[in-house]
Design a protein around this ligand. Sequence first.
Ligand code: 26Q
Length: 759
Amino acid sequence: MIKQYMKEHGYPKLKKAKNSEIFQALMEMTNEMLQQKKMQQKKLQQEKNGEDQKKIYYISSEFLMGKLLGNNLINLGIYEQISKELMKEGISLAFIEEWEAEPSLGNGGLGRLAACFLDSGATLGLPLDGIGLNYHCGLFRQVFRNHKQKEKPDDWMKNNGFLKKNKKSYTVEFGGFHVRSICYELEVSGYHNRINTLHLFDLPEVERKIIRRGIRFNKKKIKKNLTLFLYPDDSDEEGRLLRVYQEYFMVSNAAQMILEEAKKKGCNYHDLDAYARIQINDTHPSMIIPELIRLLGKKGVGFEEAVEIVTKVCAYTNHTILAEALECWPMSYLEKVAPSLVPIIKKLDRKIKKKYSLPKVDIIDENQCVHMAHMDIHYSHSTNGVAKLHTEILKETELHEFYKLYPERFHNETNGITFRRWLLHANWALAKLLIDSIGEEFITRPEKLEDFMQYYEDNETLKDLSSIKMKNKKRLANYLRRTQGKRINPDAIFDVQVKRLHEYKRQQLNALFAIHMYLEIKRGRVLPTPVTLLFGAKAAPAYTIAKDIIHLILCLQELINKDPDVSPYFNVIMMENYNVTLAEKVIPACDISEQISLASKEASGTGNMKFMLNGGITLGTEDGANVEIHQLVGDDNIFIFGEDKDTVIERYQRGDYRSKDYYDKDPMLKEAVDFIVSEKMLKIGKKKNLNRLYRELLDKDWFMTFPDFQEYVAIKNKAYAAYENQREWLKMSLVNIAKAGYFSSDRTIQSYNEEIWRV
Ligand code: 26Q
């Protein structure tokens, strides 16, 4: 197939072609197939009953898509065929796939969730398009220099040919000037099913040249910088303003496009509800509500009616209860960026003040700040949390006043992950074992995975699971050696914590454990099987403590791996630039999945689900979707520790947590904490950073690592001991795989559709 294509399109023969040429040919061929499929789809619809009348628009400032080639080949049903064809010439498709740069359009969980949802929407045959922004240099590329994170622009567009410019263009009016947008598209293929579209808006004048050292640039030149980076540094006012410019630009384009598409299908604006459903992914796109009301007004729809229509069309997803992440913009910012929305937002707020006179639910507070989430809840028909525990906390605590006003609007939609990328693509060996054991139905009917439980006692299957894990560990070891010059031992237990760096996720707790383990081994403890602690995490450029935690881990890596007394038993590896591509290699290789956030703080987590599906055993707190994982696999197939959410929430309410009390009472903890500023560490690292982190823990420890330390050390030791009984361990792994069906994003999207969109 690819041979033929290359021949017909003037490429050299496979044997003589460079890898870059094979990649180019595969990409072009795939693009053509996607276009053809899309045309067929359109034709078929026209023949049948016209276009899909009602369409779902998932609006999000982030879509963390991952590389596209492999995923498209899988969804088009030709991955194996191409892979075999290339293999005949001694070429590895996995290797060719590395030529593609992954679109750098997201931070972490929320963006990756959006990408999984697009895959599931298309796979289920739903008309579900994404709308977002095309950030030229993406988030940032992380490099380590002198044991510190440095940020570099990520020029992903240079090596990604799936992005296609289309003809859409709209005018967006900011205060004092206007811009004309352009729009790119990415085709989103479903598994043996439909093709949807991700629309990414952009500006023609954006200039790479204005970037100076690292990722610094002039934040005032809006026309030149608007879509240069995802969330520029928000530590200063200019950065925050730029973020509001980005948000308004995104939603104004989205609203204009949605109205235009609806109109084309016969909508008269009064019946927009029959043509569009809008899912607002966290508060970043919230201005779509006043923007739609404004545009409907221009089309002749009265204010009150427009409010009603928009409320019916929009739905809002909350992804966090962290106060600092809840967007609340000063009115003065909106006056500067989007002055035409200001009277509308004020009117919306007056309605609420008049109806409820309850300051807690106001949109505009007494400091003239606009609470985006409040606007969403009042003026959309659905608010949802992303895991059972999270939704409960929203209803009982964070959004309790709103829940009392609108109990029927609250839903839980537990997150999910696409099995196509996180099983078929990332771990074909395991997928193949599953297909051979229980058939391939589970790929689109995830509840079928449970059939794998039949093999619980089957020695052959357990042996297969063991050799697949080993193969994946070796693959990761090779990859890290090749791409980062890091050496890891595939015979070690892989104990993995990969996710954005945030204090609430508590990488610092894991680092304290590493110190403890180092000291124990120095005192003569030996481990029957060596352990490798693997970290991967980017810190926000302006998040000082997060960067100090990275510094600590990098210093520990240096100290521990170079100590001949310790390194035969225990290693610490901090992988550079953790992203989707690396995740696809790390997750299938993991034995122990660290999900150790402070209970109540992680809304859901989705990495936890990916590890489970790939046979990793969760070691975690009762937080987010860990609670649901625990319920599914039972006490014997997970390692749970730590204080529960009620204890934590009560302690915050009392405000009486003093980390120093724990430090004074617990010599083991004291020893580990003091080591941060020990002579050995100061020889490797920077006094300023290590000392600042040390003081932070002693004086504040806002995410309460100290109360959980003893239990954490105990449970890690328990997990390492359990690993020694390989048969029992593999059985645990099998249960995790078999019970992971619930976490397919197909289930999640089906549920959004049944409860919220009703398309
Ligand atoms: C807000 C204001 C100003 C600047 C930045 C932001 C901002 C940017 C990104 C706030 C939040 C985010 C991203 C949040 C996120 O990724 N949340 C995660 O969402 C996942 C999907 O639901 C959950 O699984 C995770 O638990 C949650 O942390």
